[in-house]
Design a protein around this ligand. Structure first.
Ligand SMILES: [Zn+2]
Length: 424
């Protein structure tokens, strides 16, 4: 990438084909079909200015114009968006993965002081520089895999003071180069520290909401209502306080058990409810009637040996489904959306059109960003991935997407706001 890093192409010229994703937006991300991928066969050009897309047009005369970026033979999609990660942490928990694979279970490991508590301790002990460096390195790896926008949650803290430190570190991280755009989420109710009651911890975490809202340290708040962690009631009280201060909310829902959180929090106006491995089928209809995004995290099922969220039923019922990595040390220690999308295809039976929608438009929706990100059209930020493929595109280009998602390909070139930020 060194050779062409950070040049600013005004025109991406001569693409072999382009997936605009315009049909996803037209349907609000529900029931994505092949035709919604908006395939335009090449040669096609994208013109950018000041980081945004100005025009997308079929080339009239096949030629690369002087000063433009020659994309002959490459296919383009919108840049991936990873709408659920825990990228700010210290320490490794590789031993736990092996313990679980040998038969131990997630909640029992947490009860022994490992699990989330282990990450809380190592994150608390890590100095700022170490946390920034580690986070930056992960983010750089994501960018190479085509993630151009990423949500990062706090949560490995154990106190409000530490939470504020993590949120402030995220503000510093946002100013670094060669990383995706970052959206901050205040994950206040993640792991209840020993010797603190749920009520007292709730008050401590709610008390700093004014500072967070006033200083715009987070766009979202989040919680983990689950047996052994926090009750639905505590989470609801917290979300109500956040809503009063103009903060939107996300929920870790029905991951380890069906506790009714999916329907409860979708009806309360959550921007997204995430996980859903044990979601009650009766809640699907309720969710489909809302604008709440259902975010599935298939790598967690792989690592924790859980059943996969029922993405097929969610999509068929008309829910808006996004796919995210849940990158974190304990249940998904891998970066990027290549493995999640492969599992979405092979284990969740999602089509390539549903997958593309799930990591672009619907992921943007899960971050309230669809007015600026998610589809290749005029006025959107020019976050674009260029792909090599030997598949024959046919009329709708689907074979190109199937090639990309079945082989867990990395993009050849990543553009963020019109700039080349990675190139093999
Ligand atoms: Zn998570």
């Amino acid at each position: 990438m060194q050779g062409m890093a950070f040049q600013t192409p005004k025109k991406i010229c001569g693409l072999a084909g382009l997936f605009t994703g315009i049909g996803f937006a037209a349907k609000g991300g529900r029931k994505p079909q092949k035709s919604d991928c908006g395939f335009i066969p090449g040669p096609v050009d994208i013109t950018c200015d000041e980081g945004k897309i100005v025009s997308v047009e079929k080339q009239k005369v096949a030629a690369v114009q002087k000063g433009s970026f020659d994309a002959t033979g490459l296919y383009a999609t919108y840049g991936f968006i990873d709408s659920h990660t825990h990228t700010l942490f210290s320490g490794s928990r590789g031993d736990e993965h092996f313990a679980r694979w040998a038969g131990d279970d997630y909640q029992r490991i947490a009860a022994k002081g490992r699990g989330i508590y282990c990450s809380v301790e190592s994150t608390q002990q890590a100095i700022n520089e170490r946390l920034i460096d580690k986070c930056k390195s992960s983010l750089n790896g994501m960018l190479r895999k085509g993630v151009t926008v990423v949500e990062i949650k706090t949560g490995y803290s154990g106190s409000a003071t530490e939470e504020l430190r993590l949120l402030e570190l995220l503000e510093l991280i946002k100013t670094q180069n060669k990383i995706p755009g970052v959206v901050s989420t205040y994950l206040a109710l993640h792991a209840l520290p020993e010797k603190k009651s749920e009520q007292i911890y709730l008050k401590e975490m709610t008390d700093v909401l004014d500072i967070i809202a006033k200083r715009k340290l987070a766009t979202f708040v989040d919680a983990f209502p689950e047996k052994g962690f926090f009750s639905n009631t505590t989470a609801e009280l917290f979300y109500k306080s956040a809503q009063k201060r103009g903060l939107s909310f996300k929920v870790h829902c029905d991951q380890l058990s069906d506790n009714g959180s999916a329907s409860q929090f979708a009806q309360m106006g959550a921007t997204s409810i995430d996980h859903l491995e044990n979601m009650n089928p009766a809640a699907i209809k309720i969710l489909a009637a809302t604008d709440t995004v259902a975010t599935v995290l298939p790598t967690v099922s792989l690592y924790l040996n859980l059943q996969y969220a029922n993405a097929r039923s969610l999509i068929d019922a008309g829910c808006i489904v996004a796919i995210a990595s849940d990158f974190n040390p304990g249940s998904s220690p891998q970066i990027g959306l290549q493995l999640p999308t492969l599992l979405a295809a092979s284990q969740m039976k999602m089509s390539s059109a549903e997958i593309l929608c799930g990591v672009t438009y619907n992921a943007a929706k899960a971050l309230n960003l669809t007015n600026q990100y998610g589809v290749v059209s005029k006025g959107m930020f020019a976050n674009i991935l260029l792909w090599e493929s030997e598949a024959k595109p046919g009329g709708n280009g689907i074979s190109i997407l199937e090639d990309i998602f079945s082989s867990s390909k990395d993009p050849s070139i990543v553009l963020s706001r019109g700039r080349t930020v990675y190139s093999i």
